[in-house]
Ligand binder design. Structure first.
Ligand SMILES: [Ca+2]
Ligand SMILES: [Ca+2]
Ligand SMILES: [Ca+2]
Ligand SMILES: [Ca+2]
Length: 356
């Protein structure tokens, strides 16, 4: 039995399953959802969780602030045995993945379905058409990690398992020992630009455009309109992006996925302290109403090394896929799942020729 250890994720045992098979999962509720916010004393057990930023709070009176993506929401799903873990990075081709959250506040913020570049946030300029709700991967620091539910464990929210009720970081938001207040949260939103993990919690400070896995979409609502309560916000993950595909493949390999929903909507209308802003709020599973908590669906084809086009088999079409995508980053054409398409992928196809 092979053990696979992934950074920030738990170890899982390998299970054999047929390549080519498509596994489609649909979750009516998450295994974990929690507000990741320094002041959330009940982190994980609240009925709703909010996304907002600390932008606009950096004044002379109040020079210390928090991660710019201050209020983040973690949602996670543990995969059942029919999506077997431990097949390795090339063992999965994610065909689709969709996260849905239901809005729990009414006509508070504007619907913005498109990404806003970091420079649009400078100098508190604001943005008349609102700010998007964005979805990212989850990363961990200080040894914390994602864990599957394990009945043998006395408590899930104890180190190193990051769970509902785990501390947001080492120290309280204010008071002795509380500084620094940035870049210290145990779980944080990350993209993986060119397979390089980036904490996106302060991307305006750090002057780069983050690369969300998805931007929240609301059907039948005009951009710029106020968002009514109980509307679904749908995050369709960009599985054609090599970095998103690689993240989800690692998730499948680990047997669980953790995601973070964030925004740069301002918590404060101006000046120090929170409040007065217009930001999003979403129900968690603790609301206890069917269909109100976070939901997730994922469809995955079980694949093998050499399967450059993710068809479930290795044949001449994979040679074509490598040549067509030559010099790109995949996932199409990347037969050995290393993030580049080059001659090694031709070798990989030939080595695995005829595999299912
Ligand atoms: Ca929860
Ligand atoms: Ca905007
Ligand atoms: Ca193929
Ligand atoms: Ca490759």
């Amino acid at each position: 039995m092979k053990l696979s250890t992934i950074s920030g994720l738990c170890s899982v045992a390998a299970v054999s399953a047929a390549s080519g098979q498509v596994v489609s999962l649909s979750f009516d509720a998450p295994t974990i959802d929690r507000w990741v916010y320094p002041f959330a004393s009940s982190a994980g057990y609240e009925f709703e969780a909010k996304t907002f930023s600390s932008l606009g709070q950096e004044t002379a009176f109040f020079p210390i602030t928090f991660d710019q993506r201050d209020g983040q929401i973690m949602v996670g799903f543990d995969f059942p045995a029919n999506l077997p873990p431990g097949r390795g990075a090339c063992g999965y081709r994610v065909i689709s993945a969709v996260l849905t959250l239901k809005v729990s506040n009414h006509n508070v913020y504007k619907y913005d379905p498109t990404y806003d570049g970091w420079q649009t946030y400078l100098n508190g300029a604001g943005d008349a058409d609102g700010r998007p709700i964005e979805l990212y991967g989850a990363a961990f620091r200080n040894g914390w990690m994602a864990c599957r539910i394990d009945p043998s464990m006395p408590a899930l929210n104890q180190f190193p398992c990051y769970w509902e009720g785990s501390p947001e970081r080492a120290a309280p938001p204010f008071g002795p020992g509380s500084f620094p207040t940035r870049d210290t949260r145990y779980a944080y939103a990350t993209d993986y630009a060119g397979r390089v993990e980036r904490d996106v919690s302060n991307n305006v400070r750090d002057q780069f455009d983050s690369k969300p896995f998805a931007v929240g979409q609301i059907g039948g609502l005009a951009p710029g309109a106020l968002v009514p309560v109980d509307r679904d916000t749908v995050f369709t993950l960009n599985v054609n992006d090599a970095d998103v595909q690689a993240y989800l493949r690692r998730a499948c390999d680990a047997g669980l996925v953790r995601l973070l929903v964030t925004s740069l909507q301002q918590a404060s209308a101006g000046g120090p302290g929170p409040g007065g802003g217009s930001f999003a709020s979403f129900y968690t599973k603790e609301i206890g109403i069917d269909g109100f908590g976070p939901r997730f669906s994922i469809s995955v084809r079980l694949t093998s090394a050499g399967d450059a086009d993710g068809s479930g088999g290795v044949d001449f079409a994979d040679i074509t896929s490598v040549l067509t995508n030559w010099g790109l980053v995949g996932p199409d054409g990347d037969a050995n799942c290393d993030g580049v398409v080059n001659f090694s992928d031709i070798t990989e196809v030939l080595t695995n020729w005829g595999s299912l």
